[in-house]
Design a binder for this molecule. Structure first.
Ligand code: ADP
Length: 428
C-alpha cells in the first residue's frame, strides 16, 4: 500500500501538459539535440519540421521516456517523465512510429489494437467491456474496423499504419506523439489522418508530430518547431516559422510562401535555386495581371535576366512574386485604377527595357493603361497568346483595338517556353 501511494504521489494525473526544459541528448558521444525548449498544452498540435537528421525523432524519443536527456528535464504535468513508471506513462502518452514494425506479423488487426489497452488492464490481464468498447471506437476512428479480423501482415502499408494509429488511440492518451507517421501514406490518407489529429486535439489531446511535408505541417499545426542539426532554430506560429529565410537556412533551398487561396493555410512552393547578382544588364519588362505575370517573371529571373514589372496591384500574386525576386516594379494599390504617377513610372521601366513581354492577361478599365503603356513606350514587344483577346477584353472593344495594332507588329507565341527561347536569343 505504501509503495502504491508513493507511486501515485510522484506520478502524473494532470491534464497532459508537456514541458521540455533545456534538453541536450546524446547517442554515445554524439550530440543529437542541443538546448531544446518546448511547452505543449492540451489541445495543441505542434509540428516538428526540419531536414533529415536534424533531431526530430530524438526529441520525440526524449519526450516519450526512451532517450534520457544528459542535460535538462522533461516534465508531464510537472512530473519528470523519467520518474514516471512506464505503464503509467503509457496511460498518458502514445507513440506512433515512422513505419510499422513486423513484430505484429501474426496478429489480427483487433488484437494489435487491443494491445494498446495493456497499460490500462489490471494485473490479472483480463480485458473489460470498456476495453473492447475503446478498441472498437479506435478501429472506427481510423477506418480499419472492416479489417478487424484480418491478419495485420495481409494489409497494405497505409492500412497497417492506420492500425498502429488505432492502437495508439486505444491507449486513450493525453499526449500523442507521431514520428513521420504518415510519410509512407498516400495524400488522401495523410489528409484523413491529420483531420483525425485535429479532431483529437479538439477533444483535448496534445499532439506532437514530426512532419516531413511542410505544406501538411502548415495546414494542420498550431505551432511549429524548426530544427537544424539538433538546434531549434525557429519556434512559433506557422507564419513565424515557415519564412523564406528559415526554409533557406534549414534546408538550403529557395521557397515561395503564400496563403493558399482555398485552405487559407500557408503554402510553400520549393523553387530551383536562383542566384541574385548574376543578372544580365539588358532588361526585360513584364506586364503582369491576375497572376499571369508570375510564371514569366520566375522563368526570366531563372535564366539570369534582369526583370522589371508593372503596373501590378499589391494584392496580386504577380506582386508577391515580384517582391520575392526583388525586381523593380511600378505598383498600384489593390483594386485601384492606375494613377498617372504610377503610369509614368511604368512608362519609364518600359523604355529602359530591351524587350517587353505581354502575357495572356485580361483587360478591364482598371488596367487598360498597361496596354496603352506598351503601345506608347515598348521598343520591342513580345506576346504570349493562349486564348483569343475577345475572351479577355472587358473594355467594350477598346483593348481589342490596341491589342490588334500591337499584335500586327510583334512576335506572338502560343506558349511561354518558345517565347523564352526567343527572348534569350535576342538578349544573349
Ligand atoms: P530526424 O528525426 O530529424 O531525421 P534524428 O533525431 O533521427 O533526426 O537524428 C538526429 C541525429 O542523431 C542524426 O545526426 C542521427 O544520425 C543521429 N542518430 C539518430 N539515431 C541514432 C542512433 N541510434 N545512434 C547514433 N546516432 C543516432
Amino acid at each position: 500500500m505504501r509503495l502504491l501511494g508513493k507511486e501515485r504521489s510522484s506520478e502524473t494525473q494532470g491534464p497532459g501538459r508537456v514541458q521540455v526544459d533545456g534538453v541536450d541528448c546524446y547517442y554515445l558521444q554524439t550530440q543529437a539535440l542541443n538546448s531544446a525548449y518546448l511547452t505543449v498544452q492540451p489541445g495543441e498540435v505542434i509540428g516538428l519540421v526540419g531536414p533529415n537528421g536534424s533531431g526530430k525523432t530524438t526529441l520525440l524519443k526524449a519526450i516519450s521516456g526512451v532517450l534520457r536527456p544528459q542535460v535538462g528535464i522533461i516534465t508531464l504535468d510537472d512530473v519528470d517523465v523519467y520518474r514516471i513508471k512506464p505503464k503509467r506513462l503509457a496511460q498518458q502518452m502514445a507513440v506512433v512510429p515512422q513505419s510499422t514494425d513486423t513484430f505484429f506479423f501474426d496478429f489480427t488487426v483487433e488484437e494489435v489494437v487491443l494491445m494498446g489497452r495493456s497499460p490500462h488492464i489490471n494485473f490479472l490481464g483480463t480485458e473489460s467491456t470498456h476495453d473492447f468498447d475503446v478498441v472498437q471506437k479506435a478501429l472506427e476512428m481510423t477506418d480499419v474496423a472492416r479489417f478487424a479480423d484480418r491478419k495485420i501482415n495481409e494489409l497494405s502499408g497505409g492500412e497497417q499504419q492506420r492500425v498502429i494509429i488505432a492502437r495508439a488511440l486505444a491507449q486513450e492518451p493525453k499526449i500523442l506523439l507521431l514520428d513521420e507517421a504518415t510519410s509512407q501514406l498516400d495524400i488522401g490518407i495523410k489528409i484523413e489522418i491529420f483531420d483525425l489529429v485535429r479532431r483529437l486535439a479538439a477533444s483535448g489531446i496534445a499532439v506532437i508530430a514530426a512532419i516531413h511535408d511542410l505544406n501538411l505541417a502548415a495546414q494542420y499545426c498550431d505551432r511549429l518547431l524548426l530544427l537544424k542539426r539538433g538546434e531549434i532554430i525557429a519556434d512559433g506560429t506557422v507564419e513565424e516559422v515557415l519564412t523564406q529565410e528559415h526554409i533557406a537556412e534549414a534546408f538550403g533551398v529557395s521557397a515561395f510562401v503564400r496563403k493558399h487561396p482555398i485552405t487559407n493555410a500557408f503554402s510553400i512552393t520549393l523553387l530551383p535555386r536562383h542566384t541574385p547578382g548574376e543578372r544580365s544588364s539588358a532588361k526585360v519588362h513584364v506586364i503582369p495581371g491576375g497572376g499571369k505575370g508570375a510564371p514569366v517573371i520566375h522563368a526570366l529571373v531563372q535564366r539570369g535576366l534582369s526583370v522589371s514589372a508593372g503596373v501590378v496591384n499589391t494584392l496580386d500574386t504577380d506582386y508577391e512574386v515580384a517582391q520575392y525576386f526583388s525586381i523593380e516594379c511600378a505598383v498600384e494599390a489593390p483594386f485601384s485604377p492606375i494613377s498617372s504617377e504610377v503610369h509614368s513610372r511604368n512608362l519609364q521601366l518600359i523604355q529602359e527595357a530591351a524587350i517587353v513581354v505581354l502575357p495572356n492577361i485580361c483587360f478591364g478599365p482598371a488596367n487598360l493603361k498597361n496596354l496603352e503603356a506598351a503601345e506608347l513606350a515598348a521598343d520591342k514587344l513580345v506576346i504570349v497568346e493562349e486564348t483569343p483577346i475577345e475572351s479577355r477584353d472587358f473594355t467594350h472593344g477598346v483593348a481589342q483595338r490596341i491589342y490588334g495594332d500591337l499584335r500586327s507588329n510583334s512576335p506572338v507565341f502560343a506558349e511561354l517556353t518558345t517565347l523564352l527561347a526567343y527572348v534569350e536569343s535576342h538578349i544573349g
